[in-house]
Design a protein around this ligand. Structure first.
Ligand SMILES: Cc1cc2nc3c(=O)[nH]c(=O)nc-3n(C[C@H](O)[C@H](O)[C@H](O)COP(=O)(O)OP(=O)(O)OC[C@H]3O[C@@H](n4cnc5c(N)ncnc54)[C@H](O)[C@@H]3O)c2cc1C
Ligand code: FES
Length: 381
């Protein structure tokens, strides 16, 4: 493995101390993370909360799940603050001397403080996922961010659930590798929660965690029910009738859903029509963007720190434009949630591809992974 080109930041003693103390405050900070409050007190600690910080992590073990997926056991270095069930980390991997980062949900319990597990499915032609599934070896060194994300559930690792959380039963709807954050949640719940789980998969061979979830379903001492839908064997995709047949009391449940955009769009529409959007939480692995009108203007982007400029289309993320021009900007999720790519707008205007909104105030921090040029633009990249 070629040597690392991006050094891990050495933390001053005070930050190491703060990093060590913060996990102990979790029970008192709910529903926020202790890092959220630390960020308000000191801007240098903000890195802890935004996920821009990189920690070393050692790959301890790899367990095959299906022909195209595996779970990777990671041991984070000093400063790891733990996670809440359902969160994800940015994983930075060195492939042929170049660091690449992608987000992966944590599939292990939030009660495990010194280890975490991620579970990866190799996507067709995907660089990092294929590397992690087919080439990574135990003992390898990676970097990870602190845990991030709002797709979370109160568990016994946190303060006592609120009254509202106590009164609602839970419904999980997942498809494909969208099972991973929900596996992390199920691994973290105490067993007292009444959970219905609908999982969509093309066929049984592709079902990640099928053995573990089958076992959980069979256990008499818990209240978890798994409903598998195999779409290749004429299994119906999500519909209102199907939902009502499997889970008649869905209106009374808090819902966590993760899977492809088509499924999540259908769920959001269904819960909105029922006037119950507040009960549905979704986790997307890809950005939800608006359609950019055909006559919208792109522009030339000047990446001021490197002196490189390149033309970008009206619907083309400036991160892609920079990469096409040979730059290697810092990034993680590529969908506007992790803030690793944040940079400053020095001049001109950008279009936020998630909302269509135009941002043109000089000095605004923007996310080039979800922003396109709206006319000539200058960024401090
Ligand atoms: C919050 C979050 C959590 C995630 N958790 C997990 C997880 O637990 N397990 C997991 O396997 N993946 C997860 N992902 C997806 C993961 O981050 C990568 O996007 C995925 O592994 C593909 O990366 P790659 O380098 O292999 O593909 P790339 O080389 O980046 O892309 C190759 C091709 O695949 C397409 N592609 C990229 N991402 C996806 C995708 N997610 N689905 C379908 N096609 C895609 C691209 O458009 C491109 O054509 C998560 C993503 C986010 C944002
Ligand atoms: S890469 Fe995560 S916000 Fe841009």
């Amino acid at each position: 493995m070629p040597s690392s080109s991006i050094p891990i930041t050495r933390k001053p003693a005070i930050e190491t101390l703060v990093g060590g103390l913060l996990p102990l405050l979790s029970p008192f900070s709910y529903p926020r993370l202790p890092t959220d409050y630390a960020a308000l007190l000191n801007s240098r600690w903000q890195k802890l909360a935004t996920g821009a910080e990189r920690l070393p992590a050692k790959l301890m073990a790899i367990t095959s799940q299906t022909a195209d997926s595996c779970s990777l056991e990671l041991k984070p270095g000093v400063g790891w603050l733990g996670h809440r069930a359902g969160q994800f980390v940015n994983v930075h991997v060195n492939i042929d001397g170049v660091w690449h980062s992608r987000c992966y949900s944590i599939s292990s319990s939030d009660q495990r403080r010194r280890r975490l597990q991620i579970t990866v499915r190799a996507t067709a032609d995907g660089l990092v996922s294929n590397y992690l599934v087919h080439k990574a070896v135990a003992g390898e060194r990676l970097h990870i961010s602190q845990a991030q994300g709002e797709f979370v559930v109160p568990t016994k690792a946190l303060a006592a659930p609120t009254r509202q959380n106590n009164t609602k039963r839970k419904l999980f709807i997942t498809a494909g590798s969208g099972i991973t954050p929900v596996m992390g949640i199920l691994n973290s719940l105490s067993g007292a929660d009444e959970c219905e789980h609908i999982h969509y998969e093309r066929d049984a061979e592709r079902f990640i965690f099928s053995a573990a979830l089958g076992e959980l379903h069979q256990r008499e001492d818990n209240q978890y029910s798994l409903h598998e839908v195999y779409t290749a064997a004429d299994g119906e995709r999500f519909s209102t009738q199907q939902l009502s047949a499997i889970c008649p009391d869905w209106r009374q449940r808090d819902v966590w859903a993760c899977g492809p955009a088509t499924l999540l769009d259908a769920l959001e529409q269904h819960w909105a029509e029922a006037g119950l959007s507040a009960q549905l939480r979704t986790e997307r692995f890809q950005a939800q963007t608006v359609e950019v009108s055909a006559d919208a203007e792109g522009g030339t982007a000047l990446f001021a720190a490197s002196g490189v400029s390149a033309a970008g289309a009206a619907d083309e993320a400036l991160l892609l434009v920079a990469e096409r021009a040979g730059l290697k900007p810092e990034h993680g999720c590529r969908m506007g949630i992790c803030h690793s790519c944040d940079c400053t707008l020095l001049a001109g205007a950008v279009r936020d591809l998630r909302s269509g909104q135009i941002l043109n105030q000089t000095g605004t921090r923007i996310q080039p992974c979800v922003s396109a040029a709206a006319g000539p633009v200058q960024l401090d990249l």
